[in-house]
Design a protein around this ligand. Structure first.
Ligand code: SF4
Length: 273
């Protein structure tokens, strides 16, 4: 769905859905330890998971304050929209990237412009119809060479159908994208120290836990949630994450493979030809 096909390029991903039991285990243990916010996606589209609504309801029933998800908006109908709105979801972020068919379909490979537009507008109207103020609807654009000239129009176009319109800068994790899409130059910063390792964990659909949601290559994998004797707490307090935090504190994060491929450290550099 995206020109940066990390899943395909790295060969590390299979089309799997997180099992409801795995999800429950994460939420049960997490909320016992004070978990307050979750984001229900990583390198995949959450709406393909048939248990998505139940997962949101479960997380809310256990007291997670902020349940959010990003979606490309391609998998939506009125019944599903209504179920999602009534599930207690706090925030939904539609990743849309363009307001013109040609550019949108070039960036969001496989998606149909008219269908996505219709789905997002419908979602907003259903929320209006059932008089809910949640989920907060955000429409977001990754600014890149292809769409940067549309940024102002993007806000005007989506403003009537969203509570928030946001922009983020394009990133090329590990330099995997062979096209140059950067709109800005950012210098390499070898001494970058990242807060992410103290803030969150990423659990992939298969239960593999990585230190960071940007780790498309799963190179900083810390364990697997459904392995015997593995718990989120063990992983959070485990040696691998502790060592990584120390390296970040000592400004040596560039020695961690996953982090060295990250724009925070490598800057925005052109892909190899
Ligand atoms: S990959 Fe990037 S965002 Fe993730 S922990 Fe490393 S430096 Fe931070």
């Amino acid at each position: 769905m995206c020109p940066r096909t990390h899943r395909v390029a790295l060969g590390k991903w299979k089309n799997k859905m997180m099992k409801f039991e795995t999800f429950k285990k994460i939420i049960d243990e997490g909320t016992e330890k004070g978990l307050k916010a979750i984001n229900l996606n990583n390198f995949g589209e959450s709406f393909f998971n048939k248990k998505l609504v139940e997962m949101i309801e479960y997380a809310k029933s256990k007291g997670v304050l902020d349940v959010m998800l990003h979606t490309n908006g391609t998998v939506m109908d009125e019944i599903l929209a209504e179920r999602i709105i009534n599930s207690g979801l706090d925030r939904i972020i539609f990743s849309l990237d363009s307001i013109t068919k040609e550019i949108y379909e070039k960036i969001r490979i496989g998606a149909k412009f008219e269908d996505t537009i219709k789905n997002v507008k419908m979602f907003y109207k259903v929320r209006e119809k059932i008089c809910k103020y949640k989920p907060v609807i955000r429409v977001s654009m990754v600014r890149m060479k292809e769409n940067d000239h549309e940024a102002n129009k993007f806000e005007k176009f989506w403003g009537p159908y969203a509570d928030e319109v946001t922009y983020t800068d394009y990133r090329n994790q590990d330099g995997l994208d062979t096209a140059d899409r950067y709109t800005k130059f950012k210098k390499e910063n070898k001494s970058y120290s990242c807060p992410a390792l103290w803030q969150r964990l990423t659990v992939n659909a298969t239960g593999e836990v990585t230190a960071c949601c940007r780790d498309a290559g799963k190179r900083l994998t810390l364990g697997k949630i459904d392995e015997k004797n593995k718990s989120l707490t063990n992983i959070w307090n485990g040696d691998k994450l502790k060592e990584s935090r120390i390296m970040h504190e000592n400004k040596q994060a560039y020695l961690i493979d996953a982090c060295n491929g990250c724009d925070h450290i490598r800057g925005h550099i052109l892909p190899k030809k």
